[in-house]
Design a protein around this ligand. Structure first.
Ligand SMILES: Cc1cc2nc3c(=O)[nH]c(=O)nc-3n(C[C@H](O)[C@H](O)[C@H](O)COP(=O)(O)O)c2cc1C
Length: 324
């Protein structure tokens, strides 16, 4: 099929997106900062920085450290709280063309539910993403590491509001499939995989950790294989649509996540070094889909061939394997 005729729309439960390229929470500010660099109207969806019920100052510095193939952060959900969000950011964000997915983090079950109920009546919100996976705040992952708590939370939020719900999970668990299953059982419309991977960096000369909070979350190219593995494992186990996140920066990355089982993707750390990356990916997506003979995105989602012949080994591996 001609690339220009390909249908880029995707469906995540009750949520429909114009295309599968979204920007990830915490890496795109509140979008206004990006409007001079990015044609915001073309995005598949916008996820502003996670909001909490009360304002939070975030963690002490340093809060970001570059590592060999990624970024470590321990921002700690620095934000002005839900009231300030509704007053100062929502009027702008809610009037943008792409669906707005508001990322929320409560301190406990009741606070998540109260935040969802508060946002339910607000205009311009397409869906909520439950951030139950932030490694940088105390109790930030309670609901993303215990299947029972996760299921009850998603159920509670669904009862409290009519908006579609995405549950954003942490890879820092023994079995991400168990947590994803719980989110599905609770009624999540989509599952976002993954938040950052726990890590740290050390200044050995001064014998000090580089992050003020010692441990933080790793993102960027270093975590892509972990994220792909999570998407693949969860896609094999449940039917809920998945949003792939983790080290996505090129059209090949996007296609790998779609084939592995994601219906959409979020771009995170790459926004920091190339704020226009999402525009490039949207431009390149039709040709990549056309290369696989697809007429829409869904045609290739989860089409990974496991039991057939594996791909030829990359040239460097073939050389290493060949007898000398
Ligand atoms: C500086 C920074 C701040 C982040 N803040 C949030 C946040 O507020 N809420 C959230 O759900 N994820 C947050 N994340 C995680 C990203 O949304 C994303 O899940 C993660 O970085 C993996 O994707 P990437 O490798 O493309 O960056 C943050 C990531 C970074 C690097």
């Amino acid at each position: 099929m001609d690339a220009s005729e390909i249908d880029l729309r995707v469906r995540l439960g009750r949520l429909e997106l114009p295309n599968p390229i979204l920007v990830a929470s915490g890496t795109f500010g509140y979008a206004r900062e990006m409007e001079r660099l990015v044609d915001l109207s073309r995005l598949g969806g916008i996820l502003p920085k996670t909001i909490t019920f009360e304002p939070r100052p975030g963690n002490l510095p340093w809060r970001t450290v570059e590592t060999a193939a990624g970024l470590l952060n321990s921002i700690g959900l620095d934000n002005d709280g839900i009231d300030a969000f509704v007053k100062h950011h929502l009027p702008y964000l809610g009037n943008l063309l792409p669906p707005l997915i508001v990322s929320i983090a409560g301190r406990d079950h009741d606070e998540f539910v109260a935040m969802a109920a508060r946002l339910d009546g607000e205009l311009g919100i397409a869906a909520l993403e439950l951030n139950i996976s932030c490694p940088n705040v105390s109790r930030g992952v309670d609901y993303g590491t215990d299947p029972d708590k996760c299921r009850k939370l998603v159920t509670g939020v669904r009862q409290a509001c009519r908006l579609p719900i995405c549950a954003k999970l942490t890879p820092n668990v023994t079995s991400i499939v168990e947590i994803a299953q719980a989110a599905e059982d609770g009624g999540a419309d989509a599952i976002s995989l993954i938040n950052t991977v726990l890590g740290m960096a050390v200044d050995w000369r001064n014998r000090r950790p580089l992050l003020g909070k010692v441990v933080g979350g790793l993102s960027g190219p270093a975590i892509k294989p972990i994220a792909l593995r999570c998407v693949h494992q969860v896609a094999q186990a449940i039917d809920t649509p998945l949003i792939g996140i983790g080290g996505i920066a090129t059209i090949d990355d996007v296609m790998e996540f779609l084939v592995a089982g994601a219906t959409a993707v979020q771009i995170g750390t790459a926004n920091y070094y190339d704020p226009t990356v999402s525009m490039k990916l949207i431009d390149q997506l039709p040709a990549a889909l056309s290369e696989l003979g697809a007429s829409c995105v869904a045609d290739i989602v989860g089409t990974l061939q496991i039991n057939s012949e594996t791909s030829p080994a990359p040239a460097c591996d073939r050389e290493a394997l060949s007898p000398t």
